[in-house]
Design a protein around this ligand. Structure first.
Ligand code: NAD
Length: 457
């Protein structure tokens, strides 16, 4: 089966096609990874890191090609694509620095007659299923810690980035990574499903909740661990004492950057009544001066959505809100003069809980706003979601921040900022946003078997 790749910013013009992996290819990939794993794990941490660095060096030498293909296929502005690649190199380096401490054996119990030593062994072969919204970052996010810890990885990125995946496979082959240590596969969900049904030792999944739940069932049948990083609908609470100029910059970044296609993007604004008019006016000004445009132009800050299907889903969510009485402050339509999966920066008010924009994940530049009067009301609105990935709280009162943060059901809470991501910081969700944590020592421990070796004294 061929996967046809199209450019969502140029009216879906075809930019290439790639043969998807067959069942035999998937089996062969897992067999290669299985064969390579013992020798990979037997290398010292330093030796593994050096080989991983050789892959990063090859990527660095091909940075522009990677950035161009990424932007063409999924619509990320070209400058953001380049930045995301250098950021990924830094993330890899950070994981490599953390590894020794995170993976060192340690004594967890000791008495006169015995001591218990906790050790970390790689799990073996890991299947990594990844989405399209941060193509290159997902290599460090899903593959970095597993490889460093001594696992081998068969990775299946989204079908929306098939040409990108093919390029990454070519770059892996040019690096010093031994054959089978990292095997990227091109394919859609059916290839992903073939992969997770193979005899792998763990599944790492980043993508929608719906797919993550299917994969969790498959893992359960095989009694293997699965780490899911799934959808989100992060609340952004703006308290009465928030510094509005700073808050709006952060709020806009957390909602509209990457054209709203962030898993932990700020997807519901919950604004104190006293700040409502000011927030609306400032957001409207922001929206009117923020141009959506061709992702390959250097000046573009917001490109198209990833694909026509994503545009259609977003349009149906907004139409549902309007039918149920939402009011458009700005946007809610395609910008004039552009052809493709473009959607204007949109702010909606008069929101009710029945509206899809409130209770579904909205993956696009659309922000519904509701108001509150008391702290309790703000917390209840923030937690009124089946997701629990991120949450953003804007207040100058640190005591209030701490009190509220404790009561929010989400894995990562941010204070007066849009960006709280760090390779040292565990990342993951409550509720339907996922299970387990990536990054930091917690992320290393997820991709390892914990073995306790007790010694007689
Ligand atoms: P998706 O679930 O449609 O696809 C994700 C991956 O799963 C793709 O590689 C796809 O081919 C594969 N897949 C689909 N069906 C499968 C099956 N039955 N078996 C195995 N693999 C299968 O998600 P998407 O549209 O690519 O990504 C957007 C979603 O990802 C959003 O919900 C977003 O919030 C989420 N996301 C979460 C995080 C996080 O860290 N929590 C990060 C990025 C994106």
């Amino acid at each position: 089966m061929k996967i046809v790749s199209t450019n969502p910013g140029r009216n879906y013009e075809v930019i290439g096609e790639v043969e998807a992996a067959s069942e035999a290819d998937v089996e062969a990939a897992v067999a290669l990874a299985r064969k390579a794993q013992p020798a990979w794990a037997a290398l010292s941490l330093q030796e593994r890191c050096n080989k991983i660095r050789s892959f990063l060096k090859v990527c660095e030498a091909n940075l522009e090609d990677i950035a161009q293909i990424m932007s063409k296929e999924m619509g990320k502005p070209i400058s953001s694509s380049r930045d995301s690649i250098t950021q990924t190199f830094e993330e890899f380096e950070d994981y490599m620095e953390q590894a020794e401490a995170a993976l060192a054996p340690n004594v967890v119990f000791e008495n006169d007659s015995e001591k218990h030593i906790q050790t970390f062994e790689p799990r073996g072969v890991i299947a990594a299923i990844t989405p399209w919204n941060f193509p290159f970052n997902n290599i460090s996010f899903q593959v970095g810690q597993p490889l460093i810890a001594g696992n081998t990885v068969v990775m299946k990125p989204s079908e929306e980035i098939a040409l990108f995946t093919k390029l990454i496979a070519e770059l892996v082959a040019q690096s010093d990574l031994p054959e089978g240590v990292l095997v990227p596969l091109v394919g859609d969900g059916s290839v992903g499903e073939m992969l997770v049904r193979q005899k792998v030792d763990m599944i790492l999944f980043t993508g929608s909740t719906q797919t993550g739940q299917k994969i969790t069932q498959i893992a359960a049948e095989r009694s293997i661990p699965v780490l899911t990083e799934m959808g989100g609908s992060a609340p952004g609470i703006v308290f009465e004492d928030a510094d509005i100029a700073r808050t709006i910059d952060m709020l806009a970044m957390a909602r509209f950057d990457n054209t709203g296609q962030y898993c932990d993007g700020l997807k519901r604004a919950i604004v104190h009544k006293s700040k409502y008019d000011e927030v609306l006016k400032t957001l409207k000004d922001y929206a009117q001066k923020t141009k959506v445009g061709d992702q390959l132009q250097e000046s573009t800050k917001l490109g198209p959505l990833v694909a026509k299907r994503q545009l259609e889903k977003l349009e149906s969510q907004v139409a549902d809100a309007l039918e149920k009485g939402a009011e458009v402050i700005v946007g809610a339509k395609q910008p004039d003069g552009l052809q493709g999966a473009y959607y204007g920066v949109t702010v909606l008010t008069n929101i009710t809980p029945e509206m899809r924009v409130w209770h579904e994940e909205v993956f696009g530049p659309v922000l519904p706003i509701v108001t509150f009067e008391t702290e309790e009301e703000a917390i209840a609105l923030a937690n009124d979601t089946e997701y629990g990935l991120g949450a953003y709280i804007f207040t100058e009162d640190i005591e209030k921040y701490r009190r509220v943060a404790k009561q929010i059901q989400a894995g990562n809470i941010a204070h007066n900022t849009a960006w709280y991501f760090s390779p040292k910081t565990p990342f993951g969700g409550y509720k339907k946003s996922g299970n387990g944590r990536s990054q930091g020592a917690a992320g290393f421990h997820e991709v390892c078997q914990i073995k306790v070796i007790s010694e007689e004294k």
